[in-house]
Design a binder for this molecule. Structure first.
Ligand code: PGA
Length: 249
């Protein structure tokens, strides 16, 4: 049985002070949750967030990383910097990085490889746009993103990898995929990973759904057989709202 994972993606929200007060309010609310709760926080809030969750089971990570160890890459951040700040995982290939910052599968693949080599867990994000779905290309896009963004995986790396399926048209729009649609895409991803690595290995990888997850729709989504959790943007910014999601899995 894969444990349910509920991950908050704060995007470019929350200063250090805001992160501290959120976590202070949030921690007691989820004491009874059986899910693994994660937050991908802005770089500047990493250290404070790690300190704020000390003693709880909540895990803190980052939202992006460069693949190089160090170098002349103004504005970028390396795996060792993230590790030192206490990040245990990193989101890679989020659709906002792919679309707004033009990150390619090839670049994302290098980042995934570099994070795993540095001992940082990875949540790799994939997902089709609205026009791709309408053109019937969802599976083609997911296949290309999985093949293009994932490096060769060692057996030991599989437990360090989580994949988040986030249809771009559902992110921040309030328009979530139906539970059946999400399950279908997850089933496809697991089947494709099974072809690459063998079914046994594909079964070990946690697959999260993301895109307008909220307390009202999370139960049905999380009940699907190939959905192991949720990656939550907007609804992770309020402690009460996010706690409801964490408690309903
Ligand atoms: P949303 O964002 O929950 O606000 O749709 C999800 C994400 O981008 O990870």
């Amino acid at each position: 049985m894969r444990k349910k994972v509920i991950a908050g993606n704060w995007k470019m929200f929350k200063t250090v002070a805001e992160a501290r007060s959120f976590l202070t309010a949030f921690i007691p609310l989820v004491e009874g949750s059986s899910a693994q709760v994660l937050f991908a926080v802005p770089f500047t809030a990493l250290h404070a967030a790690v300190q704020a969750v000390a003693g709880s089971k909540i895990v803190i990570g980052a939202q992006n990383m460069h693949d190089a160890k160090e170098g002349a890459f103004t504005g970028e951040i390396s795996s060792s910097m993230l590790k030192e700040a206490g990040a245990q995982f990193v989101l890679l290939g989020h659709s906002e990085r792919r679309a707004i910052f033009h990150e390619s599968n090839e670049f994302i693949q290098r980042k995934v490889k570099s994070a795993l080599a540095a001992g940082i867990k990875v949540i790799l994000c994939i997902g089709e746009s609205e026009s791709e779905r309408e053109a019937g290309k969802t599976e083609e896009v997911l296949r290309a993103q999985l093949d293009g963004s994932l490096p060769e995986m060692q057996f030991a790396d599989l437990d360090q990898l989580t994949i988040a399926y986030e249809p771009v048209w559902a992110i921040g729009t309030g328009k979530s995929a139906t539970a059946a649609m999400a399950q279908e895409a997850h089933r496809f991803c697991r089947m494709h990973l099974g072809k690459k690595w063998g079914e046994e290995r594909a079964r070990r990888v946690a697959l999260l759904y993301g895109g307008s997850v909220k307390p009202e729709n999370c139960k049905e989504i999380l009940a699907q057989p190939d959905i192991d959790g949720a990656l939550v943007g907007g609804a992770s910014l309020d402690p009460q709202v996010f706690a409801k999601i964490a408690l309903s899995s």
